[in-house]
Design a protein around this ligand. Structure first.
Ligand code: 5RP
Length: 248
C-alpha cells in the first residue's frame, strides 16, 4: 500500500505538471493572438511560459508573413528570438515598443506582479517600461489575491555584488522578513545575472503597500531593480486547469 501511495503521489505530480505546461501554452497563444499585429516592435520576456509565446509568434510570422521586430529581455530571450529566425533588435534602435509580453511568478488582484524567478527582472522591467502595452502570461498557479499567497520565494532584488550584505540588512531592518543571496543550483556560488549582478530574494512576512516598498527599496544604495512590477501590467492571461483562459 506504501508503493501504491508513492505511485499515486507521483502520478498526481505528473498530472499537475502536464496541466501547468498546457495552461502556459493556452495563455501564451491567447495573448499572442490578441495583441500581435503586423509591423510591431515586440518585447520578448523570459522564463518557461514565454517559450510558447515565441513559438506562436514565429508560427504567425511565417504563416501571415508579418513584419515583426523583437527586443529581448535576457540572454535566454535573445537565443529564443534567434533560434526561431525572428528579427532581433535592441532599445538603441527600437526604444518605443508596441507591446511587451512576459511571464510572472505571481499576480495579485490589482495586477501587481512579482517577477525575477529567473533573475531577469531588470531587463524585463526596462523593456516593459518602453512598451505601450505590457501583457502578462501565466498559468493558474500564479493567480493570487495577495502577493505571497502563491509564490513563496519572496521578492527578487538585483544588487551590485559588493552591496549585497548592506542591502539585505537595510531591507530587513525596514520591512522585516529575510533577504537571502540567491545561490546557483550547484551551490558553488551566487547566481550572477545578465548584468553581472547578484540577486537577493526577500522573503517578506506580510502584505505591504507594494508601490511604497518598491520605491523605498530602489532608494537603497546598491539596489539595481526590484521584481515588484507595480502599475505596469495592462492585462494578464491565465491558462486555467479546465482548459479555459482567464483574462484580468
Ligand atoms: C524571469 C521572470 C519570469 O517571467 C518568471 O519567473 C516566470 O517564469 P515562468 O514562465 O517560467 O513561470 O520573471 O526573471
Amino acid at each position: 500500500s506504501h508503493l501504491r501511495r508513492v505511485q499515486h503521489v507521483l502520478e498526481s505530480r505528473c498530472y499537475s505538471t502536464v496541466m501547468a505546461e498546457e495552461a502556459k501554452k493556452l495563455a501564451a497563444y491567447a495573448a499572442v493572438d490578441s495583441h500581435i499585429q503586423n509591423n510591431q516592435v515586440v518585447g520578448v520576456g523570459s522564463g518557461s511560459t514565454i517559450v510558447y509565446a515565441v513559438d506562436r509568434l514565429a508560427e504567425r510570422v511565417r504563416q501571415e508573413k508579418l513584419n515583426i521586430v523583437c527586443v529581448p529581455t535576457s540572454f535566454q530571450a535573445r537565443q529564443l528570438i534567434l533560434q526561431h529566425g525572428l528579427s532581433l533588435s535592441d532599445l538603441d534602435r527600437h526604444p518605443d515598443l508596441d507591446v511587451a509580453i512576459d511571464g510572472a511568478d505571481e499576480v495579485d488582484d490589482s495586477l501587481t506582479l512579482i517577477k525575477g524567478g529567473g533573475g531577469c527582472l531588470t531587463q524585463e522591467k526596462i523593456v516593459a517600461g518602453c512598451a505601450k502595452h505590457f501583457i502578462v502570461i501565466a498559468d493558474y498557479r500564479k493567480d493570487s489575491k495577495a502577493l505571497g499567497q502563491q509564490w513563496k520565494k519572496g521578492v527578487p532584488v538585483e544588487v551590485v555584488p559588493m552591496a549585497y550584505v548592506p542591502v539585505s540588512r537595510a531591507i530587513t531592518r525596514r520591512f522585516g522578513g529575510e533577504a537571502v543571496l540567491r545561490m546557483a543550483v550547484s551551490k558553488a556560488g551566487p547566481v550572477v545575472t545578465d548584468n553581472s549582478n547578484f540577486i537577493l530574494d526577500w522573503k517578506f512576512e506580510h502584505a505591504q503597500n507594494w508601490k511604497e516598498v518598491n520605491t523605498a527599496i530602489k532608494m537603497i544604495p546598491g539596489v539595481v531593480e526590484t521584481g515588484l512590477f507595480v502599475e505596469m501590467a495592462e492585462r494578464v492571461y491565465f491558462g486555467m486547469e479546465d482548459g479555459s483562459v482567464k483574462i484580468r
